[in-house]
Design a protein around this ligand. Structure first.
Ligand SMILES: [Zn+2]
Length: 253
């Protein structure tokens, strides 16, 4: 079992990674982890993610109320609380403003073209949520319809949020989104896209479902049964109904 001290170190580590890779500027971005006992550890407001120390990380309950510590929690904590509420399998969230993915979000473009097989397996598709003013309930409301079906979401004129069962996985999804946005941008510069076709996508969705099931089984000992159950159902639902959000038919040639 991971101690609170280790979780605080993880938040500091991945905050630094976001800053070093240029995914956040100034005091942008926020990270959180849901610990045992419904205690949420999150980054404080108004601090660079490049200079955080473990003692700066704040603790709140699932309503966002302070559980001690000298700093105020991120003003975007409402978005984190909503995701934990809607996705019982999620235990960590990363929000940042990586430039290329945020460029797509500012252009009103989702990353929903199946251009790269690994992205289809890992994330399925990355939809675009409507705009919501940061620090207000509007932000969470704009994400709410998408949280159950996706693990990473573009936020219009704002940035990206990604989440997973560990902070490591949530952070890696953020990297995947930005990397895929760079690849998609190159296809726009080349003036041509060649999306995967339906037969290839069907095979990838089978691989995606198997991958998620294998991950659930691999993390089974000591983890919360309800959380895994929901995750498994969500994966299978995606495979069965084909609600992928992928825009298969359109090719910008
Ligand atoms: Zn933001």
């Amino acid at each position: 079992m991971i101690s609170e001290r280790q979780y605080r170190s993880q938040i500091v580590h991945f905050g630094k990674m976001l800053h070093q890779r240029g995914y956040v500027a100034a005091t942008d971005g926020n990270l959180s982890v849901l610990c045992s006992g419904n205690r949420i550890l999150a980054t404080p407001t108004c601090m660079s993610k490049g200079t955080l120390r473990p003692a700066d990380v704040v603790a709140v309950d699932t309503e966002g109320r302070s559980l001690g510590g000298g700093r105020s929690v991120s003003s975007e904590i409402g978005m984190h609380l909503l995701i934990y509420k809607l996705r019982p399998d999620v235990r960590a969230i990363v929000h940042a403003h990586p430039p290329t993915a945020t460029g797509f979000a500012a252009a009103g473009l989702a990353l929903n073209q199946p251009l790269v097989c690994e992205v289809v397996i890992g994330l399925g598709s990355i939809p675009l949520a409507g705009y919501g003013t940061p620090g207000t309930p509007e932000l969470a409301e704009s994400l709410a319809p998408l949280v159950a079906e996706y693990d990473a979401i573009l936020m219009s004129n704002h940035g990206v949020v990604a989440y997973g069962d560990t902070l490591d996985n949530a952070y890696m999804k953020m990297e995947t989104v930005e990397h895929f946005a760079q690849i998609a941008l190159v296809t726009h510069l080349l003036g041509r896209q060649q999306p995967l076709g339906e037969p290839e996508l069907q095979k990838l969705f089978v691989a995606r479902t198997n991958y998620q099931k294998a991950r659930c089984e691999a993390t089974s000992p000591g983890s919360d049964g309800n959380r895994q159950g929901n995750h498994s159902k969500r994966s299978l639902r995606t495979g069965r109904t084909g609600r992928t959000g992928l825009n298969v038919a359109q090719s910008e040639g």
